[in-house]
Ligand binder design. Structure first.
Ligand SMILES: C[S@@+](CC[C@H](N)C(=O)[O-])C[C@H]1O[C@@H](n2cnc3c(N)ncnc32)[C@H](O)[C@@H]1O
Length: 262
């Protein structure tokens, strides 16, 4: 039933449908910008919408299955849209592109894919360095629940029972996906493990994939932005400008290079 990278790309496309209103938000926030860089562009949900709206977009993505899927999706786009898309395979912590961008985007919890402070700092530094003068770095993440240290110790490493999350059909196979999560509140880490049952006729193939995530409290993320030379200029609780609440909802942030705010 295809490669592991292909299976992971299927799952990503089925599960990563974004938050309501996020694509419209990123379109609004990019209004007037010619060049846009998206770090961790995944299957191109946001990237393609921006290219269709007339922006020149560059997407950086680490996962080769997702990039392959995005390249295939591009074939169905108008030639003019295709011509506005540049895809870069690799780690956003190491990019050194030959252009600067009016917007650099990290949508849909991308920053939580960075599992330690060094990786987070490296990506934010690269984002800052790729901003054109006056440009903006824009991201969204969820605000995690706060729990007291005793409760954190109790929950450490506790694995939930697998539960059914989604079923889908792709390339003639019927795929049932179950998820079990391990939550380590002291390390701020959630490891989501997906168990697949892939049916083709009478044959059932099984596969397992773990997607790790390190979440951040808003004050930690703000400190990381500052350390990378970025200053938060806007902060919202959703994509329609709701007031920010550090204890729930989303952290939708817009940051500028420190040099631009002096
Ligand atoms: C949560 S998904 C968001 C995808 C996309 N931005 C969207 O809104 O649908 C995060 C993406 O970042 C990619 N990613 C994680 N770490 C990365 C890194 N260091 N460099 C480039 N891409 C990365 C993942 O493979 C994944 O596709």
């Amino acid at each position: 039933m295809g490669s592991r990278a292909q299976r992971e790309a299927w799952l990503h496309a089925v599960l990563h449908t974004g938050n309501p209103g996020d694509v419209a938000f990123y379109r609004r926030v990019c209004a007037g910008a010619r060049r846009v860089l998206e770090i961790g562009c995944g299957g191109g949900r946001v990237l393609l919408a921006l290219a269709r709206a007339g922006h020149e977009v560059t997407g950086v993505e680490l996962h080769r299955g997702l990039l392959a899927r995005l390249r295939r999706a591009l074939r169905d786009e108008e030639p003019a849209v295709r011509a506005r898309v540049r895809l870069v395979a690799g780690d956003a912590a190491r990019i050194d592109l030959d252009e600067r961008f009016e917007r650099v985007l990290a949508p849909y919890n991308m920053l939580y894919c960075l599992l330690d402070d060094d990786a987070l700092h490296a990506v934010l530094r690269r984002a800052e360095r790729h901003l054109a003068p006056g440009g903006r770095f824009v991201f969204d993440v969820y605000c995690p629940a706060r729990i007291d240290p005793g409760e954190a110790a109790r929950l450490e490493g506790l694995a939930g029972e697998p539960h059914h999350v989604v079923s889908f059909e792709a390339d003639g196979a019927f795929v049932d996906v179950f998820e079990s999560d391990t939550w380590d509140p002291r390390r701020q880490r959630i490891d989501a493990t997906y168990h697949y049952a892939i049916r083709r006729g009478d044959r059932v193939e099984r596969a397992v994939q773990t997607i790790p995530q390190r979440y951040l409290y808003p004050e930690q993320l703000e400190r990381a932005l500052e350390a990378a030379g970025l200053v938060l200029v806007e902060r919202h609780g959703d994509f329609d400008g709701a007031p920010f609440d550090p204890d729930e909802g989303l952290f939708v942030g817009v940051a500028a290079r420190r040099d631009d705010t002096r």
